[in-house]
Design a protein. Structure first.
Lengths: 474, 474
């Protein structure tokens, strides 16, 4: 796989289907004020955090119930018009763009926590509940939902993209933490998948089929999630390293030893510099690991000692520790503000994020060569990583008015993905395929596996109305 | 759901398709001595550990490579003849029976550990490798594969049935521990699913679709699994309780507190009595929990103290502890020998096993009423359970020559499943649907979800040749 020589693959294929006035009328008649065709509303629903552009959807339906979703899907289906589910709009890969036209189904008003089963460590929520909202609402139970992709994303959207983030190294991803779903299928029927039992061998794993299907098989209308007891003790630490390699090799050893670390995040020295400027911090301009340990007081102490020992072997120093929530928040400032600090470091820029994930032993190989290439390119970038999972993100900071920069950045990403795949990794650890990685998916999974995905899609959505044009072309 | 009044639903529907002599000739020509039509071989491949019966397959192909599997599937497909994958034959639900005729593809000779990636905690094996074989072959790496369904099952079969067992409470099931697969599809093509990366959002989760698909979508020809460091410290304990309820309530509290217990198994007093007789043990004739703790020495100590405290609150006593492998094995004798001890307690009997799994808070409700019903029925039984997961098994010990007993036992199971479903549980925690639970699956998942499974099956296997007649009827 070589760097692209043209931009053609970077521009999404725009093939809007006709949206007949009869559909708009039917939606307005059924939904009244819950249906909007105002340009500003449509435009807001026709974009996400990616840098792609497409004409906005023809209408936005603000669903307030599963019935609303089902009716909207059925009406759209009668006219063979696409439907695109919308949560909070935090997708990074163009999932929300109406590349084949259609209507947006906004589920943000479906934001109720339906039932908390604290004694079973489960909760059932509507898809528009965000992860922060959930954790606030369940705080009194002593439980929490650990998946933290950074953005305060909707849980429906997180399920749809198989999201994960900083806590995944210990608690897994949406794949492991969704117990069951309610989904409106392409025919407008609501089905349930899974039960509240912790495990089951009852037939095909439809739950896992919908988790990560990016809205292409159905609209998620309820999510049942696993919760965890808030750890008795939580301890956070930051530690500087003489090189990215040293930080990564320390991480690899922590994981290989089976230390149940809850978070281990890398920030490179570029990003430390940006964060220092943005948040008025005085962090050493060196690559840094941010870590968190969850467990009993004795367990946390033991983990922390082990990790400190390993870090020291690799030249880690300037350890800072925090145990109270306030101190922990302060330590994590650098990580939480990295994106905004980076964006502000180059006024007017847009970030394109990479998302490769490789087996942990290959992390240094994958990362170090890509750092070298990024440095040589001259493109400013930030680098953060859920390194305990082998997952990291370069954020290339581009002048949106300079197509050359974009071409260079996409070339860097191409090389990075090719490298990750040659190291038995994946082109996307947690952001999804969307519009951006359709070509990479074929290289990664093989034509036969992608054809199997298409066969499933065609069988379950014969009119191709569920978020068409994402993951693969049909 | 009422107890059945006839046995009709217990007899699998036998609809053998014609196996043309041309296919047998083609198989013999392609496979030579690797293809057998000897009656004894066919009969051995036409049954499993279930109590169902069907005519044996027309031939058995002993595959030695993915190519062999692909060729066998392709040849069978040309004649629209079913193929049934066979590992070691330990299915409990009739998965291996040739209810629609066809040929058996025995993968037990595909028993190589292909690559151990100790530094990534992954291993790739052929499907005929058994779990014990795997653990023996990787012992020197300091890693182990935790999933332990009791039988020394093949890893391909364990993936196909989404198996779990005693360690699942801590390490998860095959759902969580399969990273990727190679599968021969209905068209005879080999595809790969997943990568060795720990997480991925790259398209539909085909890995999870095949895990638990019971051979109905393809034949698994390679499995990539997660491994874990052998814990620094392992400690085991047994503890007697005054009642099943006390043992179960202690377990519920352990789980709700988030204690990372590695195993917590229930044995009822019937079974203790059987094991005492079979293995010449002197265990108290009381319900018993068997537990195992994995971690650092301090962590294990801490877990054990917490659990001992909880157990004592519920009247747990007669604690016995073991830390060396030999002592642990001795303590676990009761659990390991439960099945055989039970079978021998009633010479000539056959066991029918239940497999419900419910949310942990519902475990006592589900279990205690069913114990009462089983006691009142007069049918001898044993009762063991992976209670930390809410999963347990009654084994009804039946006189195979007395249809009345079978009817009573199936009636007990019907009531138990109905109860588990009303408590938001599943009819099968780990054994799979097979022939036995097709009716239960519709009640559990709903007609719409089962129709979605059928739609996927039809799309991926249009000639219905992959282990047809299992999970659902088409």
């Amino acid at each position: 796989m070589n760097a692209p020589t043209t931009l053609s693959h970077l521009v999404p294929e725009i093939q809007p289907r006709e949206v007949p006035p009869a559909l708009i009328e039917a939606l307005q008649s059924r939904f009244g004020a819950q249906c909007s065709t105002a340009l500003a509303v449509r435009e807001q629903h026709g974009r996400d955090e990616s840098s792609f552009q497409a004409p906005p959807p023809a209408a936005v339906v603000f669903a307030e119930s599963t019935r609303d979703v089902a009716d909207a899907v059925r009406l759209a289906g009668q006219h063979e018009v696409p439907v695109i589910p919308f949560g909070v709009g935090s997708s990074l890969e163009g999932h929300l763009l109406a590349v084949q036209g259609g209507i947006s189904i906004d589920v943000s008003r479906m934001n109720k926590v339906l039932s908390v089963n604290a004694e079973d460590l489960t909760v059932t929520v509507q898809p528009g509940v965000t992860r922060k909202q959930l954790n606030e609402e369940i705080r009194s139970t002593g439980l929490f939902f650990p998946i933290d992709p950074g953005a305060d994303a909707s849980l429906g959207g997180m399920a749809a993209t198989r999201a994960s983030g900083t806590n995944a190294v210990r608690y897994g991803t949406m794949r492991e933490n969704v117990l069951g779903l309610e989904v409106v299928t392409a025919s407008g029927e609501a089905i349930r998948t899974g039960t509240r039992a912790k495990k089951s061998s009852a037939g095909y794993d439809l739950t896992r089929l919908f988790v990560g299907s990016e809205g292409t098989l159905g609209v998620i209308t309820e999510v049942t999630l696993r919760l965890y007891p808030i750890p008795e003790a939580i301890s956070a630490a930051i530690c500087s390293f003489p090189s990215i390699e040293a930080a990564v090799r320390a991480t690899i050893q922590v994981i290989q030893l089976g230390v149940p670390i809850a978070r281990v995040e890398l920030i490179d020295q570029n990003t430390v510099r940006m964060v220092n400027a943005h948040s008025k911090l005085g962090l050493r301009i060196e690559p840094m690991l941010l870590m968190e340990f969850h467990g009993s007081p004795a367990g946390v102490k033991e983990q922390a000692e082990t990790v400190q020992e390993i870090a020291s072997e690799f030249g880690g120093n300037a350890f800072e520790w925090a145990t109270t929530p306030e101190e922990r928040t302060r330590l994590w400032t650098a990580r939480h503000n990295a994106y905004f600090a980076a964006i502000q470091s180059r006024p007017g820029c847009r970030a394109i994020s990479t998302d490769t994930c490789v087996p942990i032993s290959r992390l240094a190989d994958c990362l170090l060569d890509s750092v070298k290439e990024a440095d040589e390119s001259g493109i400013p970038y930030f680098l953060v990583g859920h390194v305990g999972d082998g997952n990291f993100h370069f954020g290339y900071l581009l002048d949106p008015n300079d197509p050359k920069e974009r071409e260079i950045a996409e070339g860097l990403n191409h090389k990075l993905v090719a490298r990750a795949l040659s190291l038995e990794g994946t082109c996307t650890g947690e952001h999804g395929v969307g519009l951006h990685k359709m070509g990479f998916l074929v290289t990664e999974a093989g034509a036969g596996a992608v054809e199997m995905m298409r066969t499933i899609k065609r069988a379950l959505d014969p009119r191709n109305i569920m978020n068409p044009g994402k993951i693969f072309s049909l």
